[in-house]
Design a protein around this ligand. Structure first.
Ligand SMILES: [Fe+2]
Ligand SMILES: [Fe+2]
Length: 198
């Protein structure tokens, strides 16, 4: 029996549109190529924290692990993409991530906190959507692949929030989370539904 999506540690402020799953299934090839890019970008984001914040040692080990795991996801998605005779594509501007990052403040500490929370929110939205997709996929192998990604992203979103709490007070983390989750809900509602993860 198929299990329901695991709950997320932070609660997103709006659910994904019911149009999203049918849109993805109608053009699954396009979705897969976008998904591969998202995994690669997640890995790069992990390493970006490592490069930018050598003075925050609590981040380094967990985010090297994170980057490695996301790189593994990228490899797995690439295998699916390649088996279907598809090609990866060059990066395109990502309206969702860009709009979220525009919400990050500029002071060094403020930016670190906001970027950690945004990374956690990206994982939370990925977790929600992989769950929706996994439940809709008939092919057992793909169903299981996306179900495993739900578990990974549930872990990842907790990781980023835990790392935020490592360096910032709970109240401040909660307050910024509220602001950024509201922003995310606004962005998700505003952007068109596409055969893409975000
Ligand atoms: Fe991933
Ligand atoms: Fe992830």
């Amino acid at each position: 029996m198929r299990r329901a999506t695991s709950p997320t540690a932070i609660s997103l402020r709006c659910a994904t549109s019911p149009e999203w799953v049918p849109t993805v299934l109608a053009d699954f090839d396009t979705f897969l190529v976008d998904h591969a890019a998202c995994e690669r970008k997640a890995s790069a984001t992990g390493m970006l924290f490592v490069v930018r914040y050598p003075d925050r040692p609590a981040l380094i080990g967990p985010l090297i692990d994170f980057a490695r795991e996301e790189l593994e996801h990228f490899h797995e998605v690439w295998k699916i993409v390649s088996a279907r005779g598809l090609q990866l594509r060059r990066d395109r501007p990502d309206d969702y991530a860009r709009a979220l990052l525009e919400g990050a403040r500029h002071g060094r500490d403020e930016r670190l906190l906001d970027r950690l929370l945004i990374a956690g929110i990206l994982e939370a939205r990925g977790c929600e959507r992989f769950g929706l997709l996994s439940n809709a996929l008939e092919e057992e192998e793909l169903h299981e692949f996306y179900r495993d990604l739900v578990r990974a992203d549930a872990r990842h979103q907790r990781l980023f929030f835990d790392l935020a709490r490592e360096y910032f007070d709970d109240d401040i983390v909660r307050e910024r989370s509220e602001v950024l989750l509201e922003l995310e809900a606004d962005i998700v509602t505003r952007l068109p539904v596409r055969p893409a993860l975000y």
